[in-house]
Design a protein around this ligand. Sequence first.
Ligand SMILES: [Zn+2]
Ligand SMILES: [Zn+2]
Length: 352
Amino acid sequence: MAHRDLYNVLGVSRGASQDDIKKAYRKLALQWHPDRTGNDDEASGRFKEVTYAYKVLSDPTERARYDRLGPLYTPDGRPPRPEDLNDTVSSVVGRWFGRKNEKKGEDLRYTLTLTLEEVAKGSTRRVVVPRKARCSACGGDGAAPQGKALCEICDGTGRTKGLLLRTDCFHCDGKGFTIVEPCGECHGEGRVELEDKIDVNVPGGVATGQKLRVSGKGNAPLGAGAVGDLFVIVNVADHPLFARRGEDLVVEMPTTYAELALGADIDVPTLDGRTTIRVPPGTPPGRIFRLAGRGLPRIGRSGRGDLHLQVVLEVPEQLAADQRDALQSWSSSLAEDAHPRRRSFDEAVRAR
Ligand SMILES: [Zn+2]
Ligand SMILES: [Zn+2]
């Protein structure tokens, strides 16, 4: 179990009189007593904790031993158990390597839906993310402006000479001060929940599933430590005209038989407007016209992909009688070699 300073458990100062200790205990014991809190596990844990703290601190001999030993104190007077020692040593060793008990705040995720046009240009998008930020009123230490007291144990240095090694002060957890009046903004937590407006820089050419990291825009940790990061997950919305293949774009271009047979200039869409392409006479359906450099930006490289325009033949579903006659007579007027592929296909079928 992690060590909690017994004076902190009772909410009294290091120099508290026996009377203060008794009063503090009565109040807390009443608050956490199982008769009042029923079978609540947390409450019964708190009750045991305050009772233990009272047992030690109300006995002058035990209290003196506790003051001397701190986290290594055991009630039976025997040397600390190995697991207690391990806890202490590992936290001390952690501090040597600069880890302290510091934890980074949680990372957050946000899904950002973009249009293909935004992906083509690259853009800055403002997003609103609920996050826990460091409290600006107290700078994150959780104390009101005059609400800090210099730690009596370490005289504000945050360090004490332990039994084994110099280590962080266990009374103030290395902060050098204790909070006598919590910050009114964050109620002592050192962080506040807010709807943060964050400008996310979206590079051109991003694809669905890509993660953009905005560092320091996750949650602030409880206590000291780095603020987490925000990961923006890209989702590119489907487009009614353009399909995406990597950095290339594909557009189906519906055409009429007459346009393909006679040739035509056809207006086609591009991501930033439109252009005209010339379809030569005799163009078959399925042919692809490529507009180089009219696709999406290449990520991590210069240049852009291509725009592919795929010819699709649209056949009328209904014809009036006179149109049918006209088409029929036009068809019979064609020379025998007008459809060479059809002709050899028919020959192959007949030979079977
Ligand atoms: Zn605050
Ligand atoms: Zn201290």
